[in-house]
Design a protein. Structure first.
Length: 173
């Protein structure tokens, strides 16, 4: 738990977000796919302004990876002013499309109350969903949130996760 809290406190570190560089283009249409690839190239070269604009075009077409990228850029203030409320807004869009990295970012935002009301219940739920969807870093977030919850809050969180997977039957596969 301590390592999660220590690393989360240093959210400006980009090393833990290698997913952004290694992301695979989603099937959201040719233009969105091209915008995502262009934004990924820009991100990799440090041109965050261009990455933001390219990903925004793809995100507006519903590309989940681009939505997650926009959330990430807002959270870290790369190419835009830092804005955790915007980070949460874009992360929710991507998280609802089974985008595990966005689910982890959303869980972390809820854990610390950044851009959303602080909630260990929501932090646990999103981090559990992210881990189930393949985001191995989410386990520390989930376990840290669990340490802060009462038995009743734990039940609420389990229900949120169960309900979410009921609405997203392909999540975690």
């Amino acid at each position: 738990m301590t390592s999660f809290l220590n690393s989360a406190m240093h959210t400006r570190s980009l090393a833990g977000w290698a997913w952004l560089v290694a992301a695979i283009v989603s099937p959201c249409g040719m233009a969105a796919a091209q915008d995502f690839r262009s934004g990924l190239s820009a991100y990799g070269s440090g041109d965050y302004d261009r990455a933001f604009h390219d990903w925004l075009r793809a995100a507006e077409q519903g590309d989940a990876k681009a939505e997650a990228g926009i959330g990430f850029l807002y959270h870290h203030g790369l190419g835009v002013s830092p804005d955790d409320a915007q980070a949460a807004t874009w992360s929710i869009k991507a998280a609802e499309k089974d985008q595990a990295e966005a689910q982890l970012l959303l869980g972390t935002l809820f854990f610390f109350g950044q851009g959303v009301p602080q909630s260990y219940v929501s932090a646990y739920a999103w981090c559990e969903i992210a881990e189930t969807n393949g985001q191995s870093d989410a386990q520390e977030c989930r376990d840290a949130a669990l340490e802060h919850m009462s038995q009743e809050e734990t039940k609420q969180s389990f229900k949120l996760v169960t309900d979410w997977f009921g609405r997203h039957p392909h999540g975690g596969q």
